[in-house]
Design a protein around this ligand. Structure first.
Ligand code: ABU
Length: 718
């Protein structure tokens, strides 16, 4: 028996954590070997055999066990595997030193395309960075998502995939809110994603880490219909339900966290129902696999790897057959069966033959582009819906432009709502409600009518002795101040405000207050001057002097206001109201803001005005106190001034306190301050004018004869 063995060595991740589909690939390998042997035309005169090691998806173990095998005789003719990229990377950096060609059925790390680092390496899997095209298409064209985040395991494999996504995202105007990397426990990275309020998360990791991520997502609350996790589709069929006591989540919790996640992968089987190697269609292949006595239900978890596993045996047999024929055709002293690890020329021929293979496999049409094995495959989009993986559609790279073909009715959103890439925030300005504004304006208007009634009274009875004695001209100035007070409330503090309106409101109010009280106090000053200085009893203090006094006070105030607006003019500022949010509908939020008047130095100038007005009020209080015994009712307003002061101090104190407490409640604040202003102004004019009206209509005697004039000068009675 001269039959020589053609020996294939498989590197299978059978046990371990990251990906353990190697065991399940033994059955399609067996089917392929049977079919090749039965074919008869491939490697005639040779007996093709397959041996394997369990790499445990661990680079160290893969290299160690491969070395052990390669140091035993007879030599292997080709290395097959690993299906874990980390093992493929480690082994294929050295396997070429044995002059071995290495073919992996399932490694998908992009870096494996590097011919300098991995000189004799081929793979049937599409590199994962190509899946980014589908992910970008899904975001941009399918769901109109423009904001995402990335999370990847700290391995070169996943860093390169993520870098590729970052570049493509940037080119497509997709904003990445956060890019998280983790080595062992992803909890804090997931927590960080939650803090960034991300919705769409592109992951690049092994499936054991995917479980840790989903468990962390459950713990931090980053799951549910608003959250979209995107994983690779080469994970085992129900990867999220595989129990792992180390991660600390129940299957129910994992199911909740995984629900709605998307999965992207290359299409695992030939989408065309055509006869391929082995003389079978995909459906025939799958039915053979399913009914095989060695088939077990747990193999179904890795069904998507079965086509590639079958095909890679065929590819290796065909490449070795090609090399054997080539050796014979060039009259080489050796055949493929005589290969030793020192035969670099034979190794190179095998490598070239592999690169030239082209088959219709169970996983699709396979051929290697120049320089690598990166087939352009159709891609599959899946989603976890109802705790099952559902195929949603295919991304066709063979069309120009590339298109996505939906499987009708497959995609079912919760409540028929597509999740958003971020909360849809609508900004709404808080304005004074028309009803409140109109009410305030009507009340203010009524106040102005009262002002005009008192003005008419003053004019009509200007020759009445009582009215004459009460300084009607100064009273008219006071009434003018009251009108300005009423006008102030017409200028709204929020809603389409301009800096001019801001200025107008402050100027109007300050002038109103100053004119009203300076007019009131100027009259009292006249009484004070007359009754505290006996020489003046025979002299009159003319109205013009009082006007001058009012003018000086008003000019001083005006000077402060002018300097204020020069140094630090009012600007309209938009204030977001953090506590005022309304969550509505499908992840929509209404955030409220107010437009308010601000001046950077307002504290200093406001306090200057408070002190100025305070001094004026204090002086007025002093005059009222000093003239309290002057009982000429027509002449002396000291009692009314007392009431006005009491009124204004109480109202101002309450208004100031409320304005601090209700800083954000602009509407309430406007209502209260306007109410106080109208109330205070009305009371002031009523206090001042009602006694006069009453005196005129009841004909009070106001001749000097009937009067007692005493003033507390501190020197006893006059
Ligand atoms: N067949 C699973 C792919 C995983 C990897 O490339 O490591």
């Amino acid at each position: 028996n001269n039959t020589k063995d053609i020996r294939l060595l498989g590197l299978l991740p059978i046990t371990g954590k990251s990906w353990i589909g190697g065991g399940a690939t033994k059955l399609p390998v067996k089917l392929a070997l049977e079919d090749i042997r039965a074919n008869g035309s491939i490697l005639p005169g040779y007996n093709i055999t397959y041996d394997y090691i369990d790499s445990q998806c661990s680079p160290g173990i893969a290299v160690y066990r491969m070395f052990e095998k390669l140091h035993t005789q007879p030599p292997y003719h080709m290395l097959l595997g690993d299906s874990c990229s980390v093992c493929s990377e480690a082994t294929s950096q050295v396997s070429h030193l044995w002059n071995l060609t290495q073919l992996s059925p399932g490694s998908s790390s992009p870096i494996l395309s590097d011919r300098i680092r991995f000189p004799k390496y081929y793979r049937l899997a599409m590199p994962d960075q190509q899946l980014n095209d589908l992910r970008i298409h899904m975001m941009k064209s399918l769901f109109n998502w423009k904001i995402a985040a990335t999370l990847h395991q700290a391995l070169e494999f996943f860093s390169v995939v993520t870098d590729d996504f970052v570049g493509k995202a940037s080119a497509n105007n997709i904003t990445l809110l956060s890019q998280e990397i983790f080595m062992h426990d992803p909890y804090w990275r997931v927590q960080n994603l939650k803090k960034h309020d991300v919705r769409i998360i592109m992951t690049a990791l092994y499936e054991d880490k995917a479980r840790s991520v989903l468990c962390a997502a459950y713990k931090v609350g980053l799951f549910g219909p608003k959250i979209v996790w995107v994983f690779v589709g080469w994970f085992s069929e129900r990867f999220w339900l595989i129990s792992d006591p180390l991660i600390g989540c129940t299957p129910e919790q994992m199911a909740q966290a995984a629900e709605g996640a998307f999965l992207t992968s290359a299409v695992p089987f030939n989408p065309v129902d055509e006869i391929g190697v082995g003389g079978m269609t995909v459906s025939r292949f799958l039915s053979r696999w399913e009914v095989h006595p060695e088939h077990t239900p747990d193999m179904d978890s890795f069904k998507s790897s079965m086509g590639q596993a079958y095909d890679h045996i065929w590819m290796s047999a065909l490449a070795l057959d090609c090399a054997d024929k080539k050796l014979r055709s060039i009259g080489h002293l050796k055949t493929i069966g005589d290969f030793t690890y020192k035969d670099s020329d034979i190794g190179e021929i095998v490598f070239q033959c592999m690169g030239n293979q082209s088959i219709i496999g169970m996983s699709g049409r396979i051929s290697f582009s120049k320089g690598g094995a990166d087939p352009n495959k159709m891609m599959l989009l899946q989603r976890i819906q109802g705790a099952k993986r559902i195929n949603l559609g295919y991304y066709r790279q063979d069309t120009n432009p590339k298109i996505f073909e939906w499987i009708p009715g497959a995609l079912v959103w919760k409540d028929n709502k597509i999740p958003r890439d971020s909360t849809l925030v609508t900004q709404k300005e808080i304005r004074i409600p028309p009803a409140l504004y109109i009410t305030i304006c009507v009340l203010s208007g009524l106040g102005i009518i009262i002002v005009f009634l008192f003005l008419s009274f003053n004019i009509y009875y200007r020759n009445n002795r009582f009215v004459k004695l009460s300084s009607p001209n100064i009273n008219n100035v006071l009434l003018f101040g009251c009108v300005l007070c009423y006008v102030t409330v017409f200028i709204r503090p929020t809603g389409n405000v301009t800096s001019t309106m801001c200025q107008a409101r402050v100027v109007c109010f300050c002038l109103a207050f100053t004119i009203t009280f300076s007019a009131l106090f100027s009259k009292t000053w006249r009484v004070y001057r007359i009754f505290t200085n006996k020489k003046l009893l025979k002299r009159t203090i003319k109205d013009i002097q009082l006007f001058a006094m009012i003018a000086v006070i008003v000019m001083l105030l005006t000077a402060i206001l002018i300097v204020w607006q020069i140094v630090s003019p009012f600007e309209v500022e938009r204030n977001e109201l953090e506590n005022e949010k309304n969550v509505v509908g499908n992840d929509e939020e209404v955030r409220f803001f107010v437009q308010t008047c601000v001046s950077k130095q307002s504290t200093y100038f406001a306090w200057t005005i408070y002190i100025f007005e305070g001094m004026m009020l204090s002086f007025g209080a002093f005059l009222a106190w000093e003239t309290r015994h002057v009982t000429i009712e027509a002449l002396n307003d000291s009692h009314q001034i007392g009431l006005c002061l009491y009124n204004v101090v109480i109202l101002s104190a309450v208004a100031l306190t409320l304005s601090l407490v209700l800083e954000d409640q602009v509407v309430l604040l406007y209502g209260i301050t306007s109410g106080f202003l109208i109330f205070g102004t009305t009371l002031t004019q009523l206090f001042v004018f009602v006694p006069k009206v009453h005196a005129v209509f009841t004909k009070v005697d106001c001749t000097l004869k009937g009067m007692t004039a005493t003033a507390n000068t501190g020197q006893g009675q006059p």
